[in-house]
Design a protein around this ligand. Sequence first.
Ligand code: SF4
Length: 701
Amino acid sequence: QSLQADTTTTATCGFCSTGCGLRLHIRDGKAVGLTPETNYPVNLGMACPKGWEALRVLDSEDRATEPLLRSKSGEMQSVSWDRALTEFTDRLKSIQSRYGNDSVAFISTGQIPSEEMAFLGALAKFGMNIKHGDGNTRQCMATAATAYKESFGFDAPPFTYQDFEESDCLVFIGANPCIGHPIMWERVLRNANQPEIIVLDPRRTETAMAATQHLQIAPKADLQVLYAITKHLIDTNAIDWNFVHDHTWGFDQLRQHVDDYCPDRVAETAGVSAEQIRRAADTIASRKAVSLWWTMGVNQSYQGTRTAQAIINIALLTGNIGRPGTGANSITGQCNAMGSRLWSNTTNLFGHHRFDSEADRRKIADILQIDEANIPRDNSWSYDRIVEGIRNDEIKGLWVIATNPAHSWIHRGDFEELLGKLDFLVVQDMYHTTETAKHADLLLPAAGWGEKEGTFINSERRYGLLKKVCRAPGVALADFQIFRAIAHYWGVADRFQSWTDPEAVFRLMQAASVGTPCDISGIEGYRQLDECGGIQWPWTSEQASQGKPPRQQRRLFADGRFYFDDGKARLIVEEDRGMPEPPDADYPFLLMSGRGTVSQWHTQTRTGKSPVLRKLYPKDPYVEIHPDDADALNVANGQYVIVQSRRGSISVRACVTATVSVGQLFMPMHYDVTNLLTLSHFDPYSRQPSYKNCAVRMSKS
Ligand code: SF4
């Protein structure tokens, strides 16, 4: 069969938050190939291996093609949609009537389009009386969102990707864009300013190897080192005093706090010398356009929020915000983590409003044409609290949509045991073989990227369009259609009459955004998103009245005004908390986890299906260990070892490498065994799990 395409179209990639444009080549109504879009302002003709393989993973044999219901004998049996949705409704309603409405919860995702997230959140909360629901974005972006809200007055990453090319100094903290965000890294490589690249990371990552300064800090010494850099900036008068005076609040308290973080003292435990700390600070002070970037090394920490704010503080103190090449910039993980932050209707009411505000509830009720009494007055429980709710028999029914917590949740062995306590577990997913789907009582087969439409919001706040270029297999449906059907079976379809298709929901989102910092009322519709290569928020109707949206270069805070009533950003500091489970005599190694490769995505649910991507990454789990430690344990490269924490024990191959320091180990999160070891511990403000620090021991297998 010829694969000659008869037409092409562009859609946003569905893996990571970079949001690359892909050109889909279509024959007889089906995508038969893809290439990176050359005329897209994000990726400029580039794509990483995951993007190139985006179509391949749709054809996997383990796609969920029909609803599956667990029989009394424990087998999963195929059933009709009618039977599946009748079971869904009867059993969840029965749980609610026996244990109360709040005994049913949902766990959603950053992987589905904004319109589907909005529909799920609205259906659950305004239709099904489910108050508690959270997303897997709690595992990646909650810290950044909390930090921005407290420091800027709104969850607002300020940057645009052009900043990668316009900085003359880029500082990466707990971030490895070489493999985590490879197209963003390509934008760094296009920077013609010969930028200084400073990396703070305990591992000698691919990005650290390319840096001009690598501060190979001790694990979780980031907060102390950032405070030490701040102190040195103050001591050397490298502060933009006008900016601090006019646009920030809290400097005196900050100065007093960091006074205890002398570089010489911090260097005693931080794994780097005072000279390295001072050199990094002096470099920041000497450059005109400094951008600071962070990802999971910061966010996934027991003190992530304050660490992110220590980064924000440095940008504010040095006036590195609102100008080209600057910013305190959190890079998102999932393709639509930003959509979840705005539209999931979990910890914020639809469109970053507040559940506890009567005015906000009335505004949303008016826009959605529902009774205000249908809107709860409280926030959802966070993900970890929902998990504890299962443990305490408060949650008896759980609905999991497009995420795989039985692999990804911290201390997953405990989580899997808890799943067994539920009266009813519904999993809605593209595949019937995920670790979570294996526990399901009911599996609802969902369409994936390329089989439905909607919008994703990328890390630079750009709404990008995804399109239906393939048909979902069997009788699998778009999540949007599943939510519509559930509204009907639940008996609340009348509340969602205007939710007819994704673009209709996009218009509701636009209406809800009016008057907020993320106002998108000026976007004409999906067609304009397509024509413009996506549009960054905000894009208000007032801006739209003055011309077309620019394709690039829209960053926030150019006027120095932040989102608090007084317009000033907050400088926030707090004492270092200390590691919750430091290594000791019994468990002498510190285990870190993270992204291990450019070719795999999170729990490998999709990317593991591509033979090409699998060839680019070891199939067997491995642990990185320093050569000196390997010598001491008499362990050879490739040999199986036992890694054991207080929670579990696993057998993996040793990868002997100096990327980690003595006493430290690293395991990729893509393997299902990694979270058998991790410690259930959370940032107190964001409730984000602290994945990157637990004590383990190792021995030969
Ligand atoms: Fe897709 Fe991210 Fe790769 Fe771009 S960098 S092609 S968005 S996975």
